[in-house]
Ligand binder design. Structure first.
Ligand code: CIS
Length: 209
């Protein structure tokens, strides 16, 4: 069985809205994945992502009928939070969470496309670096970039990473990559839809941490 196929996002409706309940159910499986990556540096990332998910969930649970889609949350907070918005509430939590999801999307896509360092084919540093440069680096100051470098060197081998995505089972590499490609279809569409929503509602911020 594949971890990815067990936790696939559903297909988006024609208006590309993202259902909050289904989104939260799916991303809530993400933090536990960090436990099988080994190094303690991943617990920092896990806790950040967990914090984002918890914050969005808390807002959603206050009024599930009001927050059926992620866009409902952003629009309600825009009204309720005034000048603080968008740097507050679930809007801020989702802004950061989507960057982590974009990182995962680019990393998995790069693996699925067979990109690798020919001198070190069992490492995934080229794939991780590509994802970091495109999704996160511009939002990080020097200190967080240093944390990234630590995480990069603690990253699992390609074979172990693919095995973890296959729930520890010895699945053939080609089968695992095929699962990745299936997973990416709805995952990429969902991440793109969230990015589009932030652009449309003018909710994107580009400060660094
Ligand atoms: C495999 C190796 C991966 C290497 C990963 C290297 C990643 C980069 C490391 C960067 C360190 C980040 C440490 C934290 C930095 C935070 O300061 C920063 C800003 O935080 C935000 C908060 O989130 O700050 C705000 C204030 O300015 C707020 O406080 C906000 O919190 S709020 O609003 O909630 O209160 N945060 C970030 O920069 C985000 C960093 C995200 C990093 C994501 C890395 C993901 C790595 C994933 C690798 C594994 C991929 C596995 C793929 C699939 C697994 C399948 C699982 C099942 C299905 C899941 C379905 C989705």
């Amino acid at each position: 069985m594949s971890l990815l196929l067990d936790n696939r996002f559903g297909e988006l409706p024609p208006d590309n809205s993202v259902n909050t309940k289904l989104f939260l159910e799916t991303v809530s499986h993400l933090p536990t994945f960090f436990d099988c990556l080994g190094s303690k540096v991943f617990s920092l990332i896990k806790s950040d992502i967990n914090g984002n998910i918890t914050k969005i969930k808390e807002v959603y649970l206050k009024d599930p009928h009001r927050y059926v889609t992620l866009q409902h949350i952003l629009e309600s907070e825009r009204q309720d939070l005034g000048a603080e918005w968008p740097k507050a509430g679930a809007t801020l939590a989702l802004m950061w969470l989507k960057r982590g999801l974009r990182f995962i999307q680019i990393l998995l896509q790069s693996l699925a496309d067979g990109e690798r360092d020919l001198n070190q084919p069992n490492l995934i540093r080229v794939n991780i670096t590509k994802a970091y440069e495109q999704a996160l680096k511009r939002y990080h100051g020097w200190f967080v970039q240093k944390i990234f470098n630590t995480a990069l060197y603690a990253a699992p081998y390609r074979s172990n990473f693919l095995k973890a995505l296959s729930k520890g089972e010895d699945v053939k590499e080609e089968e695992c990559l095929e699962n990745l490609r299936h997973f990416l279809v709805n995952f990429a569409a969902t991440v793109d839809a969230i990015y589009d929503m932030y652009a449309r509602l003018n909710a994107e911020l580009d400060y660094t941490v």
